[in-house]
Structure formats: C-alpha cells, structure tokens
Design a protein around this ligand. Structure first.
Ligand code: COA
Length: 318
C-alpha cells in the first residue's frame, strides 16, 4: 500500500528558494531575552534566522525561481500544493493567493502538516502524476515570526521565515523516480507543539525532542525498507532543520553520518515546511546532488507528523 506505484517517474525539474532580507542573530535576541548566542548555538545549532514578509509573498518568490529554473510558464503547471503552518489567513488557504500571484490557472491547495508538509506534498504530487497530471508545483513557505512568542526563550530562539519550492514532473525515461516513502501522524501528541486560533506557538521542548527522534527513526527505517535500500545506499539525507542535536541523536540509532547530511539550520533557524526545500536549494548550489544520486527527505513536526521520501535523482536543475 505504501510503496509507490511504478510507471510515470518523478523528476525534479526546477528548485528555488527565498529568504527575506532581515536577519535576527542570536546576539540580537539576547538584547531582549534572557539568553546568549553560546546557549542557543550549543543547544540547537542555530546562529541566526530571517524574518519579515508574508507566507504568500515568500512562497511566490520561491515558486518563481523554481519555475524559471524548470523553464516552465504558468500554463505548464497542473496543480499547486503549498505546505504551510503559518497561512496568511485562517480562511481562505494561502495557495489560491500564490497561484494568482504566479498567474497559474489550476487547482491550488494548502497542506497543513507542520514541518512535514513539503514532504507530504511530494508524495501527494506523485499521486497526481499517476492520475495523469504532467507537472506539479510543490512549495513550502512560512512566516513564523507572526506566531512566535519573542518573550519565551524556549520557543522564541528557534523559528524563522523562508520559502522553498520544486517543480516536479513525469519522467517517462524512468531515470528519476520516487523509490519509497513513509507518511505518519500521531495525534496523541497535539498538545506538545501547537498554536491556538490567534495565539502563539506553545511547546514542550523536551517531549518534542524525544518524539522527533522516535519519529525520524521509525519513518526513515520504513521508507528504506519499502525502497529496498539501506542507510549506506543513501548519498544525501536532507532532514527537517529543527535542532542539530535531534538529527545527531537520531543518526546514532540509524547509522547515518553527518557527511551524508545536508544542514542549513545555522543560517535559517527552524522554518517548518520551508526548511527541507531551503536546504535542498543550497545542496544543489553546492553540487552535492548529482546524476543518479539517491536522496532522502525526512520531515517531522507538530501533530506529530512525519514524512520520508527517497528519490533517484536525474537531470540538471541548475
Ligand atoms: N537561553 C538560555 N537558557 C535557556 C534557554 C535559552 N534560550 N532556554 C532554556 N534555558 C535554560 C532553562 O531555563 C534551564 O535552566 P535550569 O537548568 O536553570 O532550569 C536550562 O536552560 C535547560 O532547559 P531545557 O528546557 O531543559 O533545555 P533543553 O536542553 O531541553 O533545550 C530546547 C531546549 C527548546 C532547545 C530543546 O528542548 C529542543 O530543541 N526541543 C525540540 C524543539 C523543536 O525542535 N521544536 C520544533 C520541532 S519541529
């Protein structure tokens, strides 16, 4: 049931990202909060975060870059999936606004799966390709400064704004493919990370840490098994960028190395649904993903939700 149906391929045709200009460093935060750069950096790996902009503005900028790199226009996109946990409005969704900004003439849908949302989007995009669509725009965008409590040193140090997007399309050659995936949710943990209507993010940091490590281990193991692969087969893992110590703790059990891992956390903080496409964009700039690379995306977050996909990469998106 949770192995991808074979047949249409799955190719990343273009990837783009956008960060707003304003940077808030750890030292900036320490002026108004009882914290220090050393504490934040040692406990999380975060050095700074970007703030400003709305989710639709940030998403539009990232999508424009992804479409430009894919060499496609608005008429070529069959569906927009926008993962966000900080929508412009509670109602309507933010995707219709982004589709309008981009001049798309297709369906546009928000995905609310917190930090796992963009990876959920990839799996759903694969389903739409199997249904006969040619090309899907999958974006993750967040304006988390609008729901972050900057008087709470437990959460106010973690989050940042940003956006990333990918144009994904059929690949009849079969060179690029979704090899395996795992999606999950555990609603009994709603209360450990949430924001009420009109409220700010509340978190039990220690419990989130514990559950995140458990979710990562389970999801990565399931996806590898379904793809018929092992940890050693993965060329690059792009985990959700929440806390470097969460990744290190999970890797101890799973056996991944930091050399196999792409991290951008120090410069972005936790950008929730945007974090994985943001680190993907950087990994591509750095030439860390090549023809034939086996790439794993690994999302986890509030819900709890988790999502892992494993891809065989083909094609130049730069
Ligand atoms: N600066 C300085 N001191 C801080 C601090 C801060 N920003 N935040 C907490 N402290 C203090 C605490 O008051 C406590 O002091 P005490 O020992 O005198 O009581 C001490 O540091 C340890 O606090 P604790 O809450 O146990 O820290 P921690 O090691 O659990 O780290 C987090 C806190 C938030 C960094 C950590 O729990 C975490 O990252 N959790 C996961 C959060 C996450 O990733 N959420 C998103 C998931 S998608």
């Amino acid at each position: 049931m949770t192995s991808p149906a074979p047949g249409v391929g799955f190719r990343f045709a273009g990837v783009g990202a956008h960060l707003p200009d304003t940077i808030v460093t750890n030292d900036d935060l320490s002026k108004n909060m009882d914290t220090t750069h050393e504490w934040i950096f040692d406990r999380t790996g975060i050095g700074q975060r970007h703030v400003g902009g709305t989710t639709s503005e940030l998403a539009t900028a990232a999508c424009e870059k992804a479409m430009q790199r894919a060499g496609v226009g608005p008429e070529d996109i069959d569906q927009l999936l926008l993962a966000t946990t900080s929508p412009d409005f509670i109602c309507p969704g933010t995707a219709p606004q982004v589709a309008h900004n981009l001049g798309l003439d297709c369906g546009a849908l928000d995905i609310q799966a917190a930090c796992s949302g963009w990876v959920y989007g990839l799996v759903h995009a694969n389903g739409l390709l199997l249904q006969g669509m040619d090309r899907i725009l999958v974006a993750g965008a967040e304006a988390l400064d609008q729901i972050t409590d900057y008087t709470d040193r437990g959460t106010g140090i973690l989050f940042g704004n940003g956006a990333g997007a990918a144009v994904v399309e059929r690949d009849p050659t079969g060179a690029s493919e979704l090899l395996g995936f795992d999606l999950g949710a555990a609603g009994e943990f709603v209360h450990i990370l949430y924001a009420e209507h009109g409220g700010l993010l509340q978190m039990d940091g220690k419990e989130v840490f514990r559950q995140a490590v458990t979710a990562i281990n389970r999801s990565a193991t399931n996806a590898l098994e379904r793809a018929g692969l092992t940890v050693a087969d993965i060329d690059l893992v792009l985990p959700h960028q929440a806390n470097i110590r969460i990744v290190e703790a999970a890797w101890k059990k799973l056996g991944f190395t930091m050399e196999q891992t792409a991290m951008r956390l120090h410069e972005t903080g936790n950008t929730s649904a945007a974090s994985i496409p943001l680190v993907l964009d950087q990994a591509l700039d750095q030439g860390r993903i090549k023809e034939g690379s086996i790439v794993m995306f690994l999302g986890f977050g509030a819900g709890m939700t988790w999502a892992t996909t494993i891809h065989r990469w083909s094609g130049d998106v730069r």
